[in-house]
Design a protein around this ligand. Sequence first.
Ligand SMILES: C[S@@+](CC[C@H](N)C(=O)[O-])C[C@H]1O[C@@H](n2cnc3c(N)ncnc32)[C@H](O)[C@@H]1O
Ligand code: SF4
Length: 385
Amino acid sequence: MGLPPLALYIHWPFCAKKCPYCDYNSYAVGWHAKEAALWAKAYIRALETLVRDYPHHRLDTVFFGGGTPSQMPLSVLESLLSAIHDVFPARADAVEMTLEANPRDISKGLLQSYYDLGINRISLGVQSFDDDELMFLGRDHNAKVARDALDAVTTVFDRYSIDLMYGLPHHTTALWQGRLEEALSLGTRHLSLYQLTIEPETGFYRPFQRGDYKLPENSVLADLFNTTHELCADRGLVGYEISSFAVSGQECRHNLHYWHYNSYFGIGPGSHGRVHHNGQTHALASMKNPAAWREGILNERIGVVEKIPLTPSEAALERLYMGLRLREGLNRSVFQDLQNGGHIDLAAYQALCAQGLMAEGGETVFLTEKGRLRLDGVVVDLLKA
Ligand SMILES: C[S@@+](CC[C@H](N)C(=O)[O-])C[C@H]1O[C@@H](n2cnc3c(N)ncnc32)[C@H](O)[C@@H]1O
Ligand code: SF4
């Protein structure tokens, strides 16, 4: 049997500015150019430590996320990619290597450098092609910058995705439909479409709490979700996951590893990982503060990366939650294993099928369109208390 596949997530926590909706581990503080070598050393050491603790994987995907990885110094990216090739000898083009980029950072020259270093997929954080919406979202680019960045990406890369947000306060179905039509007309073959959520401790939290802005009613949000899936399907982009749409073959292989609950390493401040190891699942969690993480890794301090063994029911919940995000759902044998392990409430499952929220077919068990609107509630119902 071959080695199990591994996805590698690398978190770069710095951004040019902090967006008011964002609760990712990202900071609008610069790194100093003279510290680039230290960052590179810390990432490489974090990687080598995980490879030592959890050997025997075949690297399948790498994802540079953030934060804003397009703000990562090229010297750090280059050293890290070279270390990745050293510890995981594989044909470079066999590994999917995605980098998240912000439109403001993009130039053809930078994209060519990424390509030359082995990056073969770009995820572009467009968010909207409308100037007013971009202003509301506190972004540092306008629609023209987004279009120009997308143009540049398409000249260098075959595989790319754009992120857009919907469910903004003024969004009606007709307005969002127009926005989505416009994005689809640009020929993108992968879209990540996220409904705006208001998270505690973000810039948006208080204004929304105060009622300065209101999210669309739940019935409108459901309509926006359904319209999104229908319109994309109409243009050949299947909603293969709750927020992800692709022409066949363009799916993000890296994210599929998360949803299939395969092993993945996370390196960088605040990154997470999951590793299936000796019959157990370990959750990896790294210290969030960038400076503390870097110093901790470089000085080999204990506790910078926690490795927490999950109980079988914790792992079952995660496997179920991740798998049911996918249109294809969970493999029937995986569902059966969860059932045999005593994690699934069979009566609840039958009731969910009878209500038209879940179904089975072929080799899988999945959420119906109606069920996908209620993922969290369905998972809670399914799990044995
Ligand atoms: C890790 S973030 C950052 C990527 C990149 N730094 C950027 O901003 O373009 C990935 C995506 O999550 C989405 N996102 C972040 N916070 C969100 C929120 N509160 N509601 C909905 N989508 C959100 C955005 O579309 C963003 O592009
Ligand atoms: S959305 Fe992206 S650019 Fe904005 S703060 Fe979050 S990670 Fe940074």
